[in-house]
Design a binder for this molecule. Structure first.
Ligand SMILES: C[S@@+](CC[C@H](N)C(=O)[O-])C[C@H]1O[C@@H](n2cnc3c(N)ncnc32)[C@H](O)[C@@H]1O
Length: 367
């Protein structure tokens, strides 16, 4: 059978439907279509040779520090569940440090949509921590009656979002059409309505933004499987007021191809990453509606500092290693790097705990 490119598959989908598809549907196909989607295909993606660098790819200290937060709440016999584990480095860092702290989870579950990444994660963990590989279990569906810590680093931003555009007196969905064999934006001809979504109704005509219904549904599904524990969501994003700032007229959609950012999702289909920033107020509202208690919200910088990331630097005796660790910490905490654009949102179920990660800062009131 002749090879059909992902771009053509998407065009055919639209043509067969004889109407534009939602941007969330487009993003789902572009990122997760079997074998050819960005996350399903074999591209390098993470790290210097890929398209973007995430915090665990930047430094082992990210995972070690996160492990300290896990160690505070993990009880004997409890588990960790990581979503979208990328190359597997974060899992390796957390397991390594929890081993050092004597707080290993019973199981470290990974729920990863991409079979190719699951394979890569197995290789990473087997290479650096062969003695712990037995504890790591890959899942294809949510586990039941989970107790412990759930982690999702840069996962919400990769969940397919809807794009909305302000018309005269309402928002409508900005769909994806195929005209003259080209993918292009096309507003739906009816108003977007969803009681859960608070929108900036005062925005001017043409104001474009995103809503992430799938991320909210995902939080709701977590509430059904967690008996007791903590959820830690780490991602780039902001509270609602900043998300819908009038100056953010073109929304938060970004595409990454070989470390270059663009706002054109119709280029390099299946070869480039597509993301939207996280509206943490929506996520917190959904968590509360689903029965969770918000346990903290802070910048990544203050979260890592509260947990003592600097102690790793102080403990390093080798001068060259210390210089390199200092550089890595800067990347994780400086406002000009990842420190302020990335946030940590924590919520708990059936667990009262004052988390160490929010000792120095808790911006929950800003959500
Ligand atoms: C930007 S990458 C982040 C990878 C990794 N967490 C890191 O920090 O390096 C996004 C990851 O989220 C995964 N993902 C997206 N939606 C998911 C979902 N609903 N369940 C599990 N994984 C998901 C993707 O397959 C991909 O591995």
């Amino acid at each position: 059978m002749a090879f059909v490119s992902l771009e053509q598959i998407i065009k055919d989908t639209i043509i067969q439907k004889a109407s534009p598809i939602g941007f969330d549907e487009f993003m789902d196909l572009a990122l997760y279509y079997p074998a050819q989607g960005y996350y399903s295909g074999g591209a390098q993606k993470f790290g210097e040779r890929g398209d973007f660098i995430t915090a665990p790819e930047t430094s082992d200290l990210f995972g070690y520090t996160l492990a300290r937060q896990c160690a505070q709440v993990l009880r004997d016999g409890q588990d960790i569940l990581e979503f979208g584990a990328g190359s597997g480095v974060l899992a390796a860092q957390i397991l390594f440090e929890l081993g050092r702290l004597g707080s290993l989870p019973k199981k470290y579950y990974i729920l990863e949509l991409s079979a190719e990444l699951q394979q890569r994660q197995k290789e990473t963990i087997n290479k650096v921590l062969p003695e712990l590989i037995e504890r790591v279990v890959w899942l294809n569906t949510l586990p039941q009656n989970f107790s412990g810590v759930v982690i999702a680093n840069e996962v919400l931003d990769a969940m397919p979002a809807k794009r909305l555009i302000k018309q005269a007196d309402h928002f409508s969905e900005l769909g994806v059409d195929c005209q003259s064999d080209q993918l292009s934006w096309q507003p739906f001809d009816h108003a977007y309505t969803n009681d859960k979504m608070l929108l900036p109704n005062e925005a001017g005509v043409g104001y474009t933004t995103e809503v992430n219904e799938r991320a909210m549904a995902w939080i709701d599904s977590l509430s059904e499987i967690i008996d007791e524990g903590l959820v830690l969501l780490i991602d780039y994003g902001m509270g609602r007021k900043e998300y819908f700032h009038p100056q953010r007229f073109e929304g938060t959609l970004r595409c990454y191809y070989q470390h270059k950012a663009s706002d054109d999702p119709f280029k390099h289909v299946g070869k480039q990453d597509i993301t939207t920033s996280v509206n943490f107020s929506d996520m917190a509202d959904q968590a509360k509606n689903s029965g969770f208690k918000i346990a903290g919200y802070a910048t990544q910088a203050m979260f890592l500092i509260s947990l003592g990331i600097d102690e790793y630097l102080l403990a390093e005796t080798d001068e060259n290693r210390r210089v390199s660790l200092a550089q890595q910490i800067k990347q994780l905490v400086l406002p000009s790097a990842m420190g302020e654009s990335f946030k940590v949102l924590a919520f708990t179920k059936n667990r009262q705990v004052k988390l160490n990660g929010f000792k120095e800062q808790d911006l929950t009131h800003k959500l």
